[in-house]
Design a protein around this ligand. Structure first.
Ligand code: ATP
Length: 250
């Protein structure tokens, strides 16, 4: 079942500070199905973050449209879009974006409080996610007292509490060591397997991308190619590196 559809997406940034206009996205078309686990890769400046921001309704395309679960993001008024994003989409960022003044548990609860869920429902959900991501023992700690990996697992739990249709992650392993990167990619694997959540991430990290089922390569704002995992993760990792070499760039 198609969950996200992007049709003829163009993004042109206007002239700024004497710089000429930039065509950041040049006719992108994408179909993402429920339960897909997809990485977007490409050289620096190829348009990855711009694409993720447009697919997730953070930014508007210059032309083209994005639908998620059949709803056209570009036709929604800003209040409706904000509500849709809060309820239907989950976000994970490179720098975790946790609130330092709230405990791990309170950070995870926040999106449910905004959705006015009842206390029993919130407690049950937190228990389920904290068990799944092995963060039960740190629920009452503050973000500055836990490791980067634990912070990112908290951020993934927070992204999942309202059972979103799709999780968007921008460089989720960018600030993590290799052990924590493995743990977070295994978390994504688990939610795709167990909950059929759809995960779409942008990454420079070949190791992280090798956990996905599919990698879409973009260059100069356009889809260049895509590959799907057919054998094991190590073979897929080699295939991703070969494709990146062909793609060029840093
Ligand atoms: N707000 C903006 N105003 C003007 N140009 C922008 C803006 N944001 C991005 N760009 C330009 O659009 C192009 C795509 O940028 P984008 O950040 O999407 O690339 P990226 O692939 O995510 O890069 P990186 O891997 O370095 O993060 C680049 O040429 C960039 O300079």
């Amino acid at each position: 079942m198609t969950i996200l559809e992007a049709n003829n997406i163009f993004k042109v940034y206007g002239e700024f500070n004497g710089e000429r206009e930039t065509v950041a996205l040049n006719n992108i078309n994408l179909l993402i199905n429920r339960g897909d686990f997809v990485a977007i890769m490409g050289p620096s400046g190829s348009g990855k973050t711009t694409l993720l921001n447009i697919l997730s309704g953070i930014d508007q395309p210059t032309s083209g449209e994005v639908t998620i679960g059949g709803e056209n993001l570009n036709e929604m008024k800003s209040d409706a879009l904000a509500h849709f994003r809060r309820k239907q989409l989950g976000f994970v960022f490179q720098d975790f974006n946790l609130l330092d003044s709230l405990t791990v548990k309170e950070n995870i609860m926040l999106p449910m409080i905004l959705e006015k869920k009842n206390l029993t429902e919130m407690e049950e959900k937190i228990h389920e996610l904290a068990s799944l991501f092995e963060i039960k023992s740190i629920l009452n700690k503050y973000p500055y007292h836990i490791s980067g990996g634990q912070q990112q697992r908290t951020a993934v739990s927070r992204a999942l509490v309202n059972e979103p249709q799709i999780i968007f992650a921008d460089e989720p392993t960018g600030n993590l060591d290799s052990k924590s990167s493995t743990a977070i990619m295994e978390c994504f694997e688990r939610i795709v397997d167990k909950m059929s959540t759809t995960v779409l991430l942008v990454t420079h990290d070949v190791f992280a991308a090798s956990y996905c089922q599919k990698v879409i390569f973009i260059r100069d704002g356009a889809v260049h190619s895509s590959i799907s995992k057919t054998t094991n993760r190590n073979a897929f990792l080699t295939e991703i590196m070969d494709n990146l070499t062909l793609l060029g760039g840093r």
